[in-house]
Design a binder for this molecule. Structure first.
Ligand code: HEC
Ligand code: HEC
Length: 325
């Protein structure tokens, strides 16, 4: 019975999504111009502000998860994980399994090339010089003349400075390094400056457009699932969150899932996550590190501005007590 109700709730939601996605049937005009597709954008992108508190204007659950005390109070009041934007475990609880990934990342960080050089040669034995850096990524790299995210910056350093050609994005070495470097910013407050004019702001605006733009076989936008009414409701057996604050826990330990490139490290960089969503919602999958994927990452990370990073956490709550609540 419970199962049936759940199924009905799910079907209802999907139907609602379809209803709102149905596009006006495009008719060729008498002048013979190409038909225009209506409703290119999911509504609401103008409400987005680059700060985690912006969620107050979407799911309005921010008060439940803005800090540890708020999360504890919400739990005590009987709120469930999805009403706390999953921050009860994705932000508050560190993952012991993911610590092993960080250990592996640390090992790669110190791995010497034929000339005896490693990441540590330039960035400090314990990565001292990279402390807090991840909270300010993505950023504009003046030398490369483009906006970089963790994995693309790591790829540039690895290939150009160490000659490590197989540490490119989408490899196990790159993913575990990304996790290690991100862990050096654990607790640092996300601060991606998209207010000042420049390439980062331009990327934010482009990423915001892409996030709200409908596309793909189902004509969904990212926002179709990651803003109300879908937020907090069941969808393909999962409950999507709002886009606020999530980037502060990425890269994330995503056991038991892994993408082909990461070679069973079970690390989802933010762009792995985006690609996974694109695939599951039948959108075109972007290429890791491309300008468009980077723009979406800038948008998501800036939507976590003001929230402290929490690395490493895991995507799924593997504590089974949680299922009983
Ligand atoms: C020979 C010195 C050198 C080595 C080796 C090196 N880097 Fe870098 N790294 C730099 C410099 C210089 C920058 C500044 C940005 C640039 O020029 O790309 C940088 C930037 C970075 C940043 C961004 C820092 C910021 O402030 O935003 C990260 C993260 C990083 N490197 C990680 C790594 C990792 C991981 C490795 C090993 C695969 C590595 N680097 C190897 C010199 C090095
Ligand atoms: C059809 C609905 C749907 C669409 C469209 C969709 N997502 Fe998701 N997304 C989900 C669900 C469901 C999850 C939870 C997945 C999980 O628990 O593994 C998720 C997870 C995420 C997460 C991780 C944080 C979280 O909520 O668990 C991010 C970040 C994300 N999606 C970004 C995007 C972006 C960017 C797009 C557009 C390219 C997109 N999503 C499109 C349903 C969707």
């Amino acid at each position: 019975m419970q199962k049936l109700t759940l199924l009905a709730a799910r079907t209802g939601l999907v139907a609602a999504l379809w209803a709102t996605t149905s596009i006006a049937v495009a008719q060729p005009t008498s002048a013979g111009q190409a038909p225009s597709v209506q409703h290119d954008y999911w509504p609401g992108r103008d409400k987005a502000v680059p700060h985690v508190s912006g969620d107050g204007r979407y799911s309005d659950t921010y008060e439940n998860w803005k800090d540890a005390a708020a999360i504890a109070a919400a739990r005590a009041a009987g709120k469930q994980s999805h009403e706390i934007n999953f921050k009860d475990f994705r932000w508050l609880t560190k993952s012991l399994d993911a610590e092993l990934v960080i250990d592996e990342g640390r090992e790669v960080f110190h791995r010497k090339n034929a000339d005896g050089q490693s990441c540590a040669s330039c960035h400090g034995d314990n990565g001292e010089k990279l402390k807090g850096v991840y909270a300010r990524l993505p950023k504009f790299n003046t030398r490369l003349g483009r906006v970089v995210v963790g994995p693309t910056q790591i790829e540039a350093c690895a290939t150009e400075r160490l000659g490590q050609q197989d540490w490119r994005v989408d490899t196990r070495a790159n993913s575990v390094l990304d996790m290690y470097v991100a862990s050096l910013s654990d607790g640092a407050v996300v601060d991606v400056d998209v207010a000042s004019e420049g390439p980062l702001k331009a990327a934010y605006l482009k990423g915001r457009d892409l996030f709200f733009k409908r596309t793909g076989q189902f004509h969904y936008a990212c926002a179709s699932c990651h803003t109300p009414p879908s937020v907090g409701n069941y969808l393909r057996g999962q409950r999507p969150t709002t886009f606020f604050g999530d980037a502060a826990q990425y890269p994330i330990y995503h056991f038991p899932y892994a993408l082909p490139g990461d070679d069973l490290a079970h690390v989802f960089t933010l762009q792995h996550q985006i690609r996974s969503c694109q695939q599951l919602s039948r959108m075109h999958q972007g290429k890791e590190g491309s300008p468009s994927m980077t723009a979406i990452e800038v948008f998501l990370k800036a939507s976590a501005n003001g929230y402290p990073m929490s690395i490493p956490t895991q995507q799924y709550n593997l504590d089974t007590d949680y299922l009983e609540q």
